[in-house]
Design a protein around this ligand. Structure first.
Ligand code: ADP
Ligand code: MG
Length: 161
């Protein structure tokens, strides 16, 4: 991911199937592992956009790219799930967290789940669906992914960081 501290970098991707979306996500996950942890906080991905836009589909591919075998589910009813990243992944990350804020009534509810601690730990990779619902709790330097419905099979995914 070409991120710069001097200017915002934005890339747009059009995908024509769920598997293309997953492939894009796998590539991103592999880059994240290669780059390694940040120094001062978790590596955070904020996902926003249309219902059915492909956020969960993307994260299924992302989890694969992180080397996870366990299935990512649409966790709208779960809010937060932790996936330990096994040793031998050739990476110093320890956990992947999948959050879905769709059902949050109040952003503060997420704080009860140790959210501050999770995003403060450089060994965590954190992906948040419906991140706009807790934007006031997120640091500024995160990677944003926005998902727009095209037609039945096409999605526009905008990645900025
Ligand atoms: P969200 O989490 O954003 O609500 P999901 O990933 O759960 O979205 O659902 C996306 C739906 O759209 C899935 O049923 C998936 O099969 C379908 N789909 C069709 N084309 C695409 C595409 N290009 N990328 C991602 N999903 C797609
Ligand atoms: Mg979803």
């Amino acid at each position: 991911m070409p991120c710069s501290i001097l200017e915002k970098v934005t890339r747009e991707y059009l995908t024509n199937s769920p598997s293309e979306t997953k492939k894009l996500a796998r590539t991103l996950a592999e880059k994240v592992l290669k780059k390694g942890p940040l120094q001062t906080k978790a590596t955070i991905f904020a996902l926003t956009g249309d219902l059915g836009g492909g956020k969960t589909t993307f994260l299924k591919g992302f989890a694969q790219g992180l080397g996870l075998k366990e299935k990512i589910l649409s966790p709208s009813f779960v809010i937060l799930k932790r996936f330990p990243l096994g040793a031998g992944q050739n990476s110093s990350f320890q956990n992947f967290y999948h959050l879905d804020c769709y059902r949050l009534e109040n952003p503060k509810e997420i704080l009860a789940l140790d959210f501050k601690k999770i995003i403060a730990n450089p060994k965590n990779i954190v992906a948040i669906e419906w991140a706009d619902r807790i934007s006031s709790l997120l640091p500024r330097e995160i990677t944003k992914l926005d998902f727009k419905f095209g037609d039945k099979k096409t999605r526009k995914i905008t990645i900025s960081c």
